[in-house]
Write a protein that binds this ligand. Structure first.
Ligand SMILES: Cc1cc2nc3c(=O)[nH]c(=O)nc-3n(C[C@H](O)[C@H](O)[C@H](O)COP(=O)(O)OP(=O)(O)OC[C@H]3O[C@@H](n4cnc5c(N)ncnc54)[C@H](O)[C@@H]3O)c2cc1C
Length: 431
């Protein structure tokens, strides 16, 4: 019988720039692609909020369907397990007779622990887990510091890493993937996880489909087709419509795209249309993503704790359920904040400026524990990313990476500056 290995997909749902796939292919073995969809991720978590809400769940399912179709086109398929990976993978390895599991390494705290437990469990079955490096724009092995010595201040870190060259190419998707016959995946309905199917809202700033092809289409649209990229720095604080920023975050969060793929497309764009402050700034923002991932590696569970890693500062600790409910439902009475909270509930998306304004309102004005806000964003955001979400919230609450300690975004002056004609507030005056 031919040698077989499993390829375990997680938040890397694509076939291009996929180091674990490449390593699996190099073994010459048949490949069993697998994804474990754990029903527990749809249950309420620590603060009584779901860890995955409807928009992200729908986007994830669509990403998986797109991945399965892509895999089929290359002669393979996808085994979808509706179980926790720790239960599913030992069974899968046995059933398909796999000698190794290839997967991407993790930067998230819980995910790293799970991987360690699985390594032990599979070793008992004589099966290895081989990991490829976690996804970063700047590969971890090019970092000039040990993880525990990475600077805590973004600017200090950025000035050094900007001097390190990045490859302008990525691993291409393979032409074919050798696999035995894999039956069609049986995709669950959202209702099986107690979720309703989201109703599309034509006001959404993110009306796009999931999957690598849709992500590449968006890059082409934002880059060569419209050249919106050349104005990104001026428009990125916008509030209405699809075009004020790249909108790449949901695809990046699911791994339909890697940061390196975006970087290469920006470089290609610069060669054709010229580099400017805006093309630089998109990469600058992607560096924040890397930076928060590094902070997660460096500080682990501290990033989820009330004091974050700035033990000297105590943020507000309020647990006023009513205040929190009014914030979530867009009923605070502050029209700018309420508009954004309605947008989030109706679409699963909110632009960066409004994330800062609404987070500051909850923490600085309502004096509610920042972790409740982070947990609400975790449930709602279609682009939820553990490091970017908790890192940005900790930053906003003054317990993370802000060298100034605290940054308050006063809602009314922000509204006057970014929504002077009240277009955004009118658009989201109703949920
Ligand atoms: C309280 C709060 C919570 C957030 N939660 C998340 C989250 O869960 N997932 C997430 O991807 N981003 C999060 N962000 C960062 C940022 O708001 C989004 O990445 C951005 O709005 C996504 O839209 P875009 O793709 O059009 O961004 P663009 O402005 O086009 O930026 C391009 C890419 O750069 C990265 N990026 C931009 N800003 C940031 C940032 N501040 N931190 C980290 N990466 C950044 C993203 O990958 C983004 O797709 C959060 C910000 C705040 C203030």
């Amino acid at each position: 019988m031919k040698k077989r290995v499993a390829l375990w997909f997680k938040n890397d749902l694509r076939l291009s720039d996929h180091a674990a796939l490449q390593q699996a292919l190099q073994t010459g073995a048949e490949i069993i692609p697998v994804y474990c969809l754990d029903p527990a991720q749809f249950l309420p978590g620590k603060f009584g909020l779901r860890r995955t809400g409807v928009f992200r769940a729908a986007f994830l399912l669509e990403s998986l369907k797109a991945l399965e179709a892509d895999l089929r086109n290359l002669g393979s398929g996808l085994v979808l397990c509706l179980e926790n990976a720790e239960t599913a993978l030992p069974k899968l390895v046995k059933e398909w007779n796999c000698s190794a599991v290839f997967t991407q390494d993790e930067f998230g705290t819980e995910e790293r622990k799970q991987l360690e437990r699985l390594k032990e469990k599979l070793a008992e079955q004589g099966c290895d887990i081989q990991t490829s490096p976690p996804e970063f724009l700047l590969p971890l092995d090019k970092l000039p510091w040990r993880i525990d010595q990475v600077p805590d201040v973004f600017t200090a870190w950025r000035k050094v890493v900007e001097g390190i060259g990045l490859p302008e190419n990525f691993i291409p998707r393979p032409a074919s993937i050798p696999s035995p016959l894999i039956p069609d995946a049986n995709f669950p309905n959202l209702s099986e996880f107690g979720l309703e199917i989201p109703v599309p809202d034509n006001r959404s700033a993110f009306p796009f489909r999931a999957g690598e092809a849709a992500a590449m289409e968006r890059i082409r649209y934002y880059g060569p087709q419209t050249q919106l990229l050349s104005q990104y720095k001026e428009t990125r604080n916008g509030l209405v419509g699809t075009d004020y920023s790249s909108k790449l975050s949901p695809w990046l969060a699911n791994g339909n795209l890697s940061a390196r793929m975006v970087f290469c497309e920006v470089k290609r764009y610069e060669r054709e249309f010229g580099a400017n402050q805006s093309t630089y700034w998109l990469i600058f923002e992607l560096r924040w993503r890397d930076f928060f991932r590094l902070m997660m590696l460096k500080y682990g569970p501290l990033l989820f704790s009330f004091h974050g890693f700035r033990r000297e500062f105590s943020p507000p600790a309020g647990r006023d359920e009513n205040a929190f409910k009014r914030w979530k439902e867009g009923k605070t009475g502050q029209p700018f904040v309420d508009a954004a909270m309605r947008e989030l509930s109706a679409t699963g998306f909110m632009g960066n400026r409004m994330r800062q304004v609404t987070a500051s309102w909850l923490v600085d004005h309502m004096e509610v524990d920042w972790r409740l806000g982070a947990a609400w964003f975790e449930e709602q955001l279609i682009d939820y990313d553990v490091a970017s979400n908790w890192g940005n919230w900790a930053y906003q609450a003054g317990v993370g990476n802000d060298p100034r300690g605290k940054r308050v975004f006063n809602a009314q002056p922000q509204a006057d500056m970014y929504d002077p004609g009240k277009e955004y507030q009118r658009l989201w005056s109703k949920g």
